[in-house]
Write a protein that binds this ligand. Structure first.
Ligand code: CA
Length: 362
């Protein structure tokens, strides 16, 4: 599908995703419908089964499901630091419960998850609205329905990011993957071979640096997990903590299949500039203006007959300065008007007579 067609079909496709109950068609439309390649330096490939750069203004419109408790839970926002849009998540301690706890979460993919997968997103923690505290919250998780605490998750706790992973619900490994850096963007990429046995693989990178490379179980026996992002703070369901508000931003959320690569998932995270409107064919350069036939004494007389319209060549949109008000384009000299405004002086009348005579070669 060529770019222009895709551009115009995009709202239709996104709408289709939004109302579809069966997300199995996501594979077909998501990679091309979610964002264009222009400006992203990201080659959309068949290896991405989900991609959202949030530029549509309708964050996660192609995701499997949303768990929102309030109008402020998930909104479209300017990308902090500039460069387009991002998804803004906000969770307050007194928000209504969603599925039994305080959360604002998006299930990005569920049925599309296969044994080997790639997951990636940009995350931004604003210093003012993400104050460190000991009570932790989940910012993304791999959740197996009905099996309780997720077998794998990334959490923030006391100013650190922590990857918790394991096949034993009572003994998940806790891996420190770096600080909850504030007022800056982090690119997190995770590669997983989902397994409850030794063939499992969990790898993670933060801003291109590998922080997890772990073999072994990363899920409980059972169905493959679904993947969720957002804010889930279980503590607030039953208690208050030292803060009552959590805000973070996500952008460039991608899910890749087994054939995806680290390079695909880490391709530049700079938000694209808005796609330029399809450029009109370059306006033809205006024909060279005919040289003025002679230095007419200003002000030029206004001929009674309306001056012929200037050549129809369109002026270039931005470059052509408005024509100076000086000597009106001389009408074609073949049939000059021989009448003059009554106010015109005899001097000028004589001058023009001589001029026109010369022009005719008389
Ligand atoms: Ca964006």
């Amino acid at each position: 599908m060529n770019y222009k067609l895709r551009y115009f079909l995009m709202p239709v496709l996104v709408g289709t995703i939004a109302v579809s109950c069966d997300k199995k068609d996501l594979d077909e439309v998501s990679p091309s419908a979610s964002f264009s390649t222009e400006g992203t330096n990201l080659a959309v490939s068949g290896n991405l089964i989900f991609a959202d750069d949030m530029e549509s203004g309708n964050p996660f419109s192609g995701a499997h499901g949303l768990e929102l408790g309030a109008p402020h839970s998930l909104t479209s926002a300017s990308r902090p630091g500039g460069g387009g849009k991002a998804a803004r998540f906000e969770l307050r301690q007194n928000d209504p419960d969603v599925k039994g706890s305080r959360r604002v979460e998006v299930t990005v993919v569920k049925d599309e998850v296969e044994k080997e997968m790639w997951y990636a997103y940009d995350v931004y923690f604003p210093a003012a609205d993400f104050v460190d505290e000991d009570d932790d919250e989940v910012i993304n998780q791999w959740y197996q329905s009905g099996l309780g605490t997720p077998s794998a998750s990334i959490r923030s706790k006391a100013g650190r990011l922590q990857f918790r992973v394991g096949g034993d619900a009572d003994a998940r490994e806790k891996i420190d993957i770096g600080p909850v850096a504030k007022d800056t963007w982090l690119r997190i990429v995770v590669h997983m071979v989902h397994a409850s046995g030794s063939e499992g693989l969990t790898q993670a990178w933060v801003n291109g640096k590998m922080v997890v490379d772990r073999k072994g179980a990363n899920m409980y026996p059972g169905d493959l997990p679904k993947w969720k992002v957002g804010i889930y703070k279980s503590g607030w369901a039953s208690e208050t903590t030292t803060t009552n508000k959590r805000v973070l931003f996500l952008d460039n959320v991608r899910v890749g299949n087994a054939s995806a690569s680290l390079a695909e998932m880490t391709a530049t995270t700079t938000a694209p500039t808005p796609a330029p409107a399809p450029a009109p064919a370059p306006a033809p350069a205006p024909e060279e203006p005919a040289p003025a036939p002679a230095p007419a004494p200003a002000p030029a007389p206004a001929p009674e007959e309306p001056a012929p319209a200037p050549a129809p060549a369109p002026a270039p949109e931005e470059t052509a300065p408005a024509p100076a008000p000086a000597p009106a384009p001389a009408p074609a000299p073949e049939e000059p008007s021989k009448t003059y405004p009554s106010a015109w002086s005899k001097f000028n009348s004589d001058w023009w007579d001589k001029f026109f005579s010369r022009a005719r070669g008389r």
